[in-house]
Design a binder for this molecule. Structure first.
Ligand code: 8YV
Length: 328
């Protein structure tokens, strides 16, 4: 008889990582999340001891249907899709993939900062559409990034990696707002702690890098945009819901801020008629923060290691709810 624990992988998994999982588990691999996969998932959930994938909401409703579940391994660092309290109550371990994506996401954010400030996608379109027929006029000039003030909202691992690039590479002055002080970034990158209001008032670039929680939902709204400089560029690489999108649209329309660079949206994929998509001064990306071959591979590998450790009774390296492991 096959005594390996049953696992459902609800995302396309790299073959090497799948092979690693299959050594320790009996894996149901759902490469695409369609109607068919959904019913296969529902049918297998009752016997599953482990789940691995991205984005699926893990709440009381789902946990009720999964009496054998021991661990859910998120292939992402953000875990706003987890109801951690419910998972702990159901004695289900929760894990994520910190660290391995930090530098890649920070690179993406520098890309958004540069793209929005220097209007790179707009200028690319100008060239490719054959409208580059005469020397540029000042109406087409961008704004400098170096020596400007970058305000980072959320100074965790990724925020620190952005501060590093911005300070050491672009001589930027760093302000930050966070739940707690981060003395390391203050010492290394001369970052200055301030209130969210002060940050909004003083920053040339406001970059949001907080996890999505109840406290950070709509953290940036009308009041914050009004406090920003008219020349401010707003960057979001966290979750769309940390920002009131209506207020963002209004701020851009009314010239309360200059531009925005967004990797995330309240609803993903974003609707093609969303007002943000019609604005030339808004650079949009389809949530590619961590989307490089190397990093997505490392994330899948890390998530698989978390899952296998948990199923073998070892402490998963990126365990989020310690109490479940201690009480097992
Ligand atoms: C993930 C992310 O790639 O890690 C996160 O929190 O947002 C991205 O890195 C995304 O969840 C899809 O895998």
């Amino acid at each position: 008889a096959n005594m390996k624990p049953k696992v459902i992988a609800y995302k396309k998994i790299y073959p090497e990582v799948l092979a690693y999982l299959q050594e320790a588990c009996e894996v149901m691999h759902l490469e695409e999340w369609n109607e068919e996969a959904r019913s296969a998932f529902d049918a297998a959930l009752g016997e599953a001891e482990g789940l691995i994938g991205t984005g699926l909401k893990i709440d009381h409703e789902l946990l009720k249907r999964a009496p054998k579940l021991k661990i859910v391994s998120n292939i992402a660092v953000g875990y706003d899709n987890f109801d951690l309290g419910a998972m702990s109550r159901h004695h289900v371990m929760a894990t994520n993939t910190p660290d391995v994506l930090t530098d890649t996401v920070a690179d993406t954010m520098m890309g958004l900062i540069l793209a929005a400030a220097r209007r790179i996608p707009e200028m690319d379109q100008l060239v490719k559409s054959g409208r580059w027929t005469s020397p540029l006029t000042s109406a087409q000039f961008g704004t400098d990034v170096h020596h400007k003030t970058l305000g980072i909202v959320g100074m965790g691992r990724i925020g620190s990696a952005i501060a590093k690039r911005a300070h050491l590479g672009f001589d930027m002055n760093i302000l930050y707002h966070n739940r707690s002080r981060n003395v390391e970034v203050e010492r290394r990158y001369q970052a200055t702690y301030c209130t969210l209001d002060e940050l909004c008032r003083q920053a040339d670039f406001v970059c949001v890098m907080v996890p999505l929680t109840e406290e950070t939902t709509n953290l940036i709204g009308e009041k914050e945009f009004q406090a920003m400089k008219k020349t401010a560029i707003f960057i979001n690489g966290s979750r769309g819901a940390t920002v009131d999108e209506k207020a963002l649209v209004k701020a851009l329309r009314e010239g309360e801020i200059l531009a925005a660079g967004l990797d995330v949206f309240a609803k993903e994929p974003v609707d093609h008629d969303h007002p943000l998509l019609g604005m030339p001064n808004v650079v949009t990306l389809p949530h590619i923060g961590s989307a490089t071959e190397e990093t997505r591979f490392r994330m899948a590998q890390f998530a698989a290691e978390n899952l296998v450790a948990g199923l073998q009774g070892k402490r998963p390296p990126a365990l989020l709810n310690e109490e479940v492991y201690l009480n097992s």
